[in-house]
Design a protein around this ligand. Structure first.
Ligand code: FES
Length: 100
């Protein structure tokens, strides 16, 4: 299942996690660390969506291949076209999440 667009009213009563809610105090989420370490961003415009999608992909697939990550990111657009490092970051973040 890929991420999908939904109306805000469809999230009524749901638990919503934003990029600001990922870190625990000063400790970044493993996917945030992976994006920093693998240069998974350029201007940063798409980064919150890419990180949250990366976490969702890791939760669905464990440690997914680059091919699976690319398929799952279909629809997540990076106007800087930094997909190579985004995919590397998600691979690393998923491995870190699996080890945690
Ligand atoms: S890093 Fe600029 S839009 Fe993705």
């Amino acid at each position: 299942m890929k991420a999908c667009t939904m109306l805000a009213v469809q999230a009524d009563g749901a638990r919503i996690i934003t990029i600001e809610g990922l870190a625990s105090g000063e400790a970044l989420h493993p996917m945030q660390v992976a994006f920093r370490e693998h240069h998974g961003l350029q201007c940063g415009f798409c980064t919150p969506g890419m990180i949250l999608s990366g976490i969702a992909i890791a939760r669905r697939h464990g440690t997914p291949s680059a091919e699976v990550i690319r398929e799952e990111l279909d629809g997540n657009l990076c106007r800087c076209t930094g997909y190579i490092n985004i995919v590397k970051a998600i691979e690393a973040g998923a491995r870190a999440m699996a080890e945690a």
